[in-house]
Design a protein around this ligand. Structure first.
Ligand SMILES: *Cc1c(COP(=O)(O)O)cnc(C)c1O
Length: 427
């Protein structure tokens, strides 16, 4: 499609957008009395309007039923978390039995490493990407130290080439082959949080298995954003947070994928708790742990129902729309945003460099843009004008037009505000 950088054209794209009604299902903050242009759905998704009623339902059940709510609420609490598995399984390409929701992301990655990072003999190394999200770096280093190894020896970072913004697939595969039988685990962010690069999870998982390593993925920036086929790719495990593209609310619960190959395996190391026991016997309070026959065996505590309620609310939208439709809009709106940036770039003296891969297979919703010649004051200007972006040093803004609630008109208007901000500074 040939794009135009005009209000009319953007509005026409909105009219043709099959998802346009969903924008009204989300609550936008206001700046200067106007709804913001929200580019940070990759950090905290907007609140769906149905979230409050799901939370209210729990508050009401708690008030009216108290402890009886565990069994007699309309949506009983004792197995409430199981309601999330089927819609999540569709989003991540898994069987519902392979998905569970519990704790928070970093906690879950630690718990999953108990099962999947089992250094022994010369096989003790972990391959991860350089400059991974800080929590992942801390998590991996502390796990390595916990097992008595030196992070400098045990952690092998995938590197980008000098002056390049993306990891090259051939370099990744070469590192995997080089570490070979010393590799215990490969654990990478499926979508790099900084550049928005999507990794070829299928091929990397296969390469990891070929050298005898487990392969897990941190899907914080992938779940609800890109197409995932965790089961078919034979991924061992994965975890994601729900408050980014999945709009579940700040700090909310994390989802996990555990391949069915590990279900019912007796000798797998795992930290256990009563919510992981076979549910038919759970309240018999037996001294021996009998695991659930699926990913729920990794559950520990009774579930935080008030947190799961808005997560369940948001999954309703995903279930209605499905990932293919979201991805179709995502590809188009990101392409339009990129076009708008290129057009504005021609009109101002600064230069924008999109450091996210150009091909749709290698990127999701996020464009990370180097604003050469600009500083933080441009970011502050955008915020004052109601454009919510995210700034990373030195001068990269990350723009993630979430397909559920961002419009093409937003992209056009953003371009005009960006241009004003740059011209005004240069005056
Ligand atoms: C957002 C994000 C996290 C956040 O972890 P929490 O435990 O939910 O605070 C971790 N890893 C990556 C890659 C992220 O993008």
């Amino acid at each position: 499609m040939k794009f135009e950088n005009t209000l009319n054209f953007a509005q026409q794209l909105d009219q043709e957008d099959p998802l346009r009604e969903y924008r009204n299902q989300f609550i936008f903050p206001k700046v200067n009395g106007k709804e913001v242009i929200y580019f940070t759905g990759n950090s905290l998704g907007l609140q769906p309007k149905n979230a409050a009623s799901y939370v209210d339902e729990i508050m009401k059940d708690w008030a009216e039923l108290a402890v009886e709510g565990h069994f007699y609420a309309d949506k009983p609490w004792w197995d409430y978390h199981e309601r999330l598995a089927a819609p999540l399984a569709k989003i991540v390409g898994a069987k519902p039995s392979e998905v569970t929701v519990m704790n928070t992301l970093t906690v879950n990655l630690h718990l999953l490493m108990v099962s999947f990072y089992r250094p022994e003999g010369k096989r003790f190394k972990i391959i991860c990407e350089e400059k991974a999200f800080p929590s992942d770096q801390y998590m991996i280093k502390s796990q390595v130290r916990f097992h008595g190894y030196d992070p400098a020896e045990a952690i092998v970072e995938l590197k980008k080439r000098d002056g390049e913004h993306h990891f090259r697939q051939e370099d990744i595969l070469q590192t995997i082959a080089e570490v070979g039988e010393e590799c215990a685990l490969i654990l990478i962010g499926g979508v790099n949080y900084y550049s928005g690069q999507v990794f070829d999870m299928k091929t990397i998982t296969q390469a990891g298995h070929d050298i005898g390593a487990f392969v897990g993925w941190d899907l914080a920036h992938a779940a609800g954003n890109i197409a995932l086929e965790l089961h078919d790719w034979d991924v061992d495990f994965a975890a994601w947070c729900s408050y980014k593209y999945m709009n579940s609310g700040p700090g909310n619960a994390s989802g996990c994928f555990i391949n069915e190959r590990f279900h019912g395996v007796k000798d797998i190391p795992r930290f256990e708790g009563w919510w992981g026991t076979n549910k038919d016997d759970r309240f018999l309070m037996k001294p021996e742990f009998e695991p659930m026959p699926d990913a729920d065996a990794w559950q520990l505590s009774n579930a935080p129902i008030l947190a799961l309620a808005p997560y369940l609310a948001s999954l309703q939208f995903f279930d209605e729309v499905g990932m293919p439709a979201l991805i179709e809009k995502r590809n188009q709106i990101v392409a339009y945003l990129e076009f708008v940036l290129q057009e504005i770039d021609k009109e101002v003296e600064s230069t924008f460099e999109v450091i996210t891969p150009a091909s749709q297979e290698e990127r999701g919703t996020q464009l990370s843009v180097f604003l050469h010649g600009e500083g933080r004051q441009l970011f502050d200007y955008l915020m004052k004008q109601g454009v919510i972006t995210d700034w990373r040093e030195p001068n990269v803004i990350r723009l993630a037009p979430a397909p559920f609630y961002c419009s093409y008109e937003d992209m056009y208007t953003f371009g005009q505000i960006l241009k004003q901000g740059i011209l005004q500074k240069n005056k």
